[in-house]
Design a protein around this ligand. Structure first.
Ligand SMILES: [Zn+2]
Length: 208
């Protein structure tokens, strides 16, 4: 993907995350790998549903150094984007959002099973769960990259983070946002099923 197409794709994907209610305030971040070993990433501290193409930050995938205007500060989760792009040359985009239902479920100690719904069983068959890590840390970035490269094939295309939403990968930003939406649908459905069961006096997670 060239620079111009990458900027347009990230701006559109950020706007969709906002329309779907999957990000609030300055939450979430996106990246896309460009042809020349460079990444385009979202800036820190800005709404991702109101980005202008020129605000995106160019980062050298090898060194991790931000290029261009000195004022441009890349996402605080840059370590995750670098680690995942280095580990998964087969994908070109990474998206992260604090998916509300996923945070509620994992805060309550619940981990949903993607096999419970036909759609997620087909399109998101593996959803590794990662225990809480320090946001922005190399430690968390390393665990995310490891979960996305752990055999067998096909490799996972999304990971669920304890109390911190999810991270998804794809060949372009729109595809990564699609996968985040599926994670949220799974979590919201799981949560609703738990509430209905609780209202009936049943205990435990939904029957699958
Ligand atoms: Zn985050």
């Amino acid at each position: 993907m060239d620079d111009r197409a990458g900027r347009a794709a990230i701006v559109a994907a950020g706007a969709r995350l906002g329309r779907r209610g999957l990000i609030s305030a300055g939450e979430g971040n996106l990246s896309v790998r460009l042809d020349a070993g460079m990444l385009l990433v979202t800036p820190s501290g800005r709404r991702k549903d109101e980005l202008a193409p020129a605000e995106l930050v160019l980062v050298d995938l090898g060194s991790g150094a931000a290029l261009g205007a000195a004022a441009a500060r890349p996402t605080s989760d840059l370590a995750i984007h670098l680690a995942v792009h280095r580990a998964r040359p087969d994908i070109a985009a990474v998206a992260h959002a604090h998916l509300p239902a996923s945070m509620a479920l994992t805060l309550a100690g619940e981990v949903p099973d993607p096999a419970a719904l036909p759609e997620t069983a087909l399109l998101l068959p593996r959803l590794p769960f990662l225990e809480l890590g320090v946001p922005g840390s190399d430690e968390l970035a390393g665990r995310v990259a490891a979960a996305l490269t752990e055999p067998p094939d096909p490799l996972a295309t999304a990971v669920l983070l304890e109390r911190h939403g999810a991270i998804a990968v794809a060949s372009d930003p729109a595809g990564a946002v699609d996968r985040l939406e599926l994670v949220e649908v799974l979590c919201r459905t799981w949560l609703d099923a738990m509430l209905v069961r609780a209202a009936r006096g049943a205990e435990g997670p939904p029957r699958t």
